[in-house]
Each structure stands twice: as structure tokens, then as C-alpha cells.
Design a protein. Structure first.
Length: 87
């Protein structure tokens, strides 16, 4: 059998902000950080963020949508580097 539907694919979608995020006036990275803190604050969440960033950067040369995101993704990686514990 093939891979499950949607497996290995990153898709952009639009969603309405939740009332908590909307009420706090959060946008972009701040909103995502607040909404998904329970996941992104874990080692698995960090690994997921790093994986998504690398996939976007690798696809940037082939997919115009990802090319548009590349600079923002690099900035996010800089942010992640600043929050990762040092060995």
C-alpha cells in the first residue's frame, strides 16, 4: 500500500484565529507559539519544527511558494537556535 493521504506533504491553509489568539492580538510566530506551546515546547515539537524548516528550504529552489518563505524560515531557524539548550 502507498503512504497515508497527506503523508510527507506540507500544505498551506488558512484558518480563522481562535478567540484567545485574536483577543491577545497575536499574529505570525507569536500566535503559533501560543496556540501550540504544549507541543512545540517539547523535544519532539522542536524536531518537528526543524524538520519542517529543512523541508521548506530544500524545496525552495523548486517551488515558488517555498522560495517566498525561505527568508522567513531562515529567521525562524535563527530564533530556534537562540532557544535551544547548548550541549
Amino acid at each position: 500500500m502507498g503512504r497515508p493521504r497527506g503523508s510527507g506533504t506540507i500544505r498551506a491553509s488558512r484558518c480563522a484565529p481562535t478567540s484567545a489568539a485574536q483577543g491577545a492580538g497575536l499574529v505570525g510566530r507569536e500566535r503559533v507559539s501560543k496556540e501550540f506551546a504544549h507541543v512545540l515546547g517539547t523535544p519532539s515539537g522542536r524536531l518537528g519544527e526543524l524538520t519542517a524548516c529543512t523541508e521548506i528550504l530544500q524545496a525552495a529552489a523548486r517551488v515558488p511558494f517555498y522560495a517566498d518563505l525561505a527568508d522567513h524560515v531562515r529567521q525562524h531557524l535563527d530564533h530556534l537556535r537562540g532557544t535551544l539548550p547548548r550541549p
